[in-house]
Design a protein around this ligand. Structure first.
Ligand code: MN
Length: 232
């Protein structure tokens, strides 16, 4: 079939240990998933059900290991925030996935930044409006290469951290996720049929804050990877 205009390229993320890439279908994000971050956002961290929002697939910015990738300070914000997150890459789809079988749907893991126009997000939130302008803009999802679960298994613990210009800003542990990866997959798949190519940003630990042009933002999850971006 031919198209009336050129089709957009398929967004893709490199995979560690091979030459092939992971094609991105959708990006789901968990709203808040570490108790201390829920508190700093002004909400009760008790286990109310997780909530989700989306970013467009082409918001991904693949960042090669050991490189610093430049990303643009976005328009229409004066409070641009970093959030470092464990990212889950779905390799096998399904709906109403059980917690016990959820890991079998995971292709691999990565480190990502859920970059956020915090001023817009809060203004929209306070008016009960959708979050897209605050969360779903271009280049809002820098991501490391994906490491296959076949190589590392399914980590339930491990340090996650972020620095700005070498200064530690965010630090937590995957063991502190309010909703574990299997629980998150189980919840999300009640609402959406998950498909191969879906990414899930699993939430950020406490310590989110602003970045400005020129800042070097580095993040990592122990055993999974690290990324570094320069805000330009
Ligand atoms: Mn987030």
């Amino acid at each position: 079939m031919d198209y009336v205009i050129p089709p957009a390229p398929i967004p893709a993320v490199p995979v560690i240990g091979g030459k092939d890439s992971f094609p991105v279908r959708r990006i789901y994000c968990v709203g808040r998933n570490y108790a201390a971050h829920a508190r700093e956002m002004g909400s009760d961290p008790d286990r109310e059900p997780p909530f989700f929002f989306c970013k467009p697939a082409d918001a991904v910015v693949p960042v090669a290991p050991g490189n610093t990738t430049e990303t643009a300070y976005p328009s229409q914000t004066a409070n641009y925030h970093h959030e470092v997150e464990l990212v889950v890459a779905i390799g096998r789809g399904g709906r109403d996935i059980g917690i016990e079988s959820a890991n079998g749907h995971v292709y691999g893991y990565a480190v990502g930044f859920d970059m956020t126009r915090r001023d817009l997000q809060f203004a929209l939130r306070d008016k009960g409006r959708p979050w897209e302008l605050g969360k779903a803009f271009d280049q809002s999802a820098p991501i490391s290469p994906i490491v296959p679960a076949a190589r590392i298994g399914h980590p339930a613990a491990g340090r996650i951290w972020l620095t700005v210009n070498g200064v530690l800003k965010q630090e937590g542990d995957l063991a502190d996720l309010i909703w574990s990866v299997p629980e998150t997959i189980a919840h999300l798949s009640k609402y959406f049929e998950l498909c191969p190519g879906d990414l899930i940003f699993t939430g950020t630990p406490e310590g989110v804050g602003p970045v400005v042009r020129g800042d070097l933002v580095a993040g990592a999850v122990e055993g999974i990877g690290e990324i570094s971006i320069r805000i330009t």
